[in-house]
Design a protein around this ligand. Structure first.
Ligand SMILES: Nc1ncnc2c1ncn2[C@@H]1O[C@H](COP(=O)(O)OP(=O)(O)O)[C@@H](O)[C@H]1O
Ligand SMILES: [Mg+2]
Length: 349
């Protein structure tokens, strides 16, 4: 038993019970072909999916789309699937069968792209009856290849079940365009399993049981302090527990490290916006400083520092920040979605 180990959980005994989400995933997968698992970074999506899949003993392939290059080619996607398959004996056998089929087909002089598409489709055909997990699938939107069409093909033409997950929930839905009549996935039936932070009671139980496993006693005040700062995000709670158990650092120090980690991720994501990055950073600093900021407060703040900004540009910035899960809208106000990140923005951005 080890709740605090840092990697995504794979075994039921390391997995802190998420009854509601577990049974929602179970129902959705039994009933339908496509499940979308959403929740911000560190809410426990990957752990839920992997532990569930291992427990259910179904054949599955897990793809972490974050491992793909920033602009995704079909070939890099193919390499990711094949790399995953090569990790277990079932997958290796499957790949070997594909290879012999491929040799027979060689020499037809297909175009490069058509050839790699055919090869991906062939691999998918061989996965009939299993579950394909695409984690952080919003990464697939950055491609000249239409991965949404590929998903529609899988849905329509195979009996593969799909679990699609992502931390950047708005971007994920912008990629899938399930409600857009012009889009390939339009009208396909799906269920969403949405993860949320743990309640205060559950978060406390997680920490207490985790410390019990580590056989250390931790001062009640330290625990209360952590609960206050980490706001039920299971990934931060695990990080805190792990750091305390292994390094014996102070809560303050751990909190600083976590904030720094969150800001580093943010900075990496903001690079995407090139020269507009400064405006994104400024918007975030204003939102973090005010805790809860209105449109006009953000606009005024940016203009004071960086000069005039049009409404449509600001709308675009706030939409992108919201869709990427860094900011959330609460009524008419904008807030930083994660309290650890909020602290990080104030200290390090
Ligand atoms: N149910 C759980 N029980 C124990 N630890 C968990 C659980 N869910 C997540 N964690 C831990 O929290 C961290 C983030 O989890 P992860 O599944 O990677 O989240 P996400 O995929 O949503 O970003 C990891 O360290 C993981 O071990
Ligand atoms: Mg994950």
């Amino acid at each position: 038993m080890n709740y605090f180990s840092p990697e995504p959980k794979k075994r039921k005994e390391d997995f802190f019970d998420m009854e509601r989400e577990w049974s929602a995933l179970d129902r959705a997968l039994k009933k339908g072909k496509m499940v979308i698992v959403t929740g911000l970074r560190r809410y426990g999506k990957t752990s839920l999916i992997m532990t569930y899949m291992n427990e259910s003993r179904k054949k599955y392939v897990y793809l972490n789309c974050r491992l793909l290059p920033p602009v995704v080619s079909l070939n890099s996607f193919k390499a990711l699937i094949e790399g995953e398959l090569a990790k277990n004996s079932w997958g290796i056998r499957l790949l070997q069968n594909l290879k012999s089929a491929e040799v027979q087909l060689a020499g037809f002089g297909l175009k490069v792209d058509a050839k790699s598409e055919e090869s991906v489709l062939r691999t998918l055909k061989a996965l009939e009856g299993s579950v394909l997990v695409m984690d952080e699938a919003q990464a697939l939107r950055m491609s000249s290849y239409r991965f949404d069409s590929l998903l529609a093909y899988i849905f329509d033409a195979t009996d593969i079940k799909l679990i699609i997950s992502g931390s950047e929930v708005g971007l994920l839905y912008r990629f899938l365009r399930l409600e857009d009549p012009e889009a390939p996935l339009y009208g396909r039936a799906y269920s969403e399993v949405r993860l949320n932070p743990l309640s205060k009671e559950k978060a406390k139980e997680f920490l207490l049981r985790g410390f019990e496993q580590e056989k250390i006693t931790v001062n009640e005040k330290v625990i209360e302090d952590a609960l206050e700062k980490l706001d039920g995000v299971i990934g931060w709670l695990a990080y805190f527990g792990y750091s305390l158990a292994t390094g014996g650092l102070s809560v303050e120090k751990i909190y600083e490290r976590a904030s720094k980690l969150a800001v580093d991720e943010l900075k990496k994501a903001l690079k995407l916006y090139g020269s507009a990055e400064r405006r994104y950073s400024e918007a975030l600093r204003i939102v973090a400083t005010l805790s809860s900021a209105s449109w006009s407060e953000i606009k005024r703040g940016i203009e004071a520092k960086l000069g005039k900004i049009t409404d449509s540009t600001l709308a675009n910035i706030l939409r992108n920040l919201t869709d990427a899960g860094f900011v959330k809208k609460d009524g008419n106000k904008y807030k930083v979605a994660d309290p650890v990140l909020q602290h990080g923005i104030l200290a390090y951005l």
